[in-house]
Design a protein around this ligand. Sequence first.
Ligand SMILES: N[C@@H](CCC(=O)N[C@@H](CS)C(=O)NCC(=O)O)C(=O)O
Length: 314
Amino acid sequence: MPADAQSIILHQYDVSPFSEKVRVILGIKGLEWHACDEPVIMPKPELVALTGGYRKIPVMQIGADIYCDSQVIIRELERRFPAPSVFVRGDNGIGWGLGIWTDRSVFLNTVTVVFGGMADGANELANEAFRKDREALTGRPFDADAMKMAAPMMAEQLRAQLDWIEQQLGDGRPYIMGEQAGIADASAYYNLAFIRWVYPPAAKLLDTLPRVTTWENRVKAIGHGTRHEITREDALDIAKAATSTEKVQTDPNEPNAIKAGDRVTVMADDYGRDPITGEVVSSSAQHIAIKRSDPRVGDVVVHFPRVGFFVMKA
Ligand SMILES: N[C@@H](CCC(=O)N[C@@H](CS)C(=O)NCC(=O)O)C(=O)O
């Protein structure tokens, strides 16, 4: 099925944990989508043409609307495709909060356990070019020895957090919030998937967590919806031919009085802090959408979440 301006295009790569979070959401919603594979390390010229500088994965594209970060991607998927909802039993707010826990605390423990565990060169992912790239991404040395030393302690922290999931599943519920799979499951699941793909010995932590293991298999069985493939050039052509559908809207309650038409710079507050500058199209407590122009893709609107991002007047 060829993609068009309405298609969901996910710029991703297969061993990307945050992409897996979104792929599970696509699975829960039973959606059809196009995977556009991006490189694991820089340069990523096609991705940056769309985003204006944001280099992280995943990025979702629908026509000329570009959604950066899994948080704003899931928000948009829920808005465009509300049924089935990823919010189970009215867990509308807490599902997002759980995402911040898994994306920061659990993810950082997982990264140290995985890369510390394979510090002896067991995995091709941690080659020289990858290490240099991640140093540029984080602004810190990729210190394999330090991670190797920290890994045992991080494994304890990881186990403690996985044990919370074991407790949450303690009443026999199939999914974290109850009878249906939702955002909490996608968030809690992807770090485990990452461990299984790149450093399976760390999955030993799950040996004493039988409910987590059963739940993990249940989430895996949801799948990823219906996946097609698209090339990077074809994705750029779709953006160039399309027009953003985002409506101009000023939020009167913006704490710093940001309004439509202002020129702003947006950047992640953690790693991959490349600044993206554009003109505000709309904003709310949960998102900011900015318009920018690029020689390859023309006018695009780039969307970011507010939690985890800085917005500065340009
Ligand atoms: N807060 C972001 C985190 C995304 C993230 O860290 N992605 C990783 C891959 S899973 C990444 O982009 N790493 C650097 C790269 O691939 O170039 C989100 O929720 O999407």
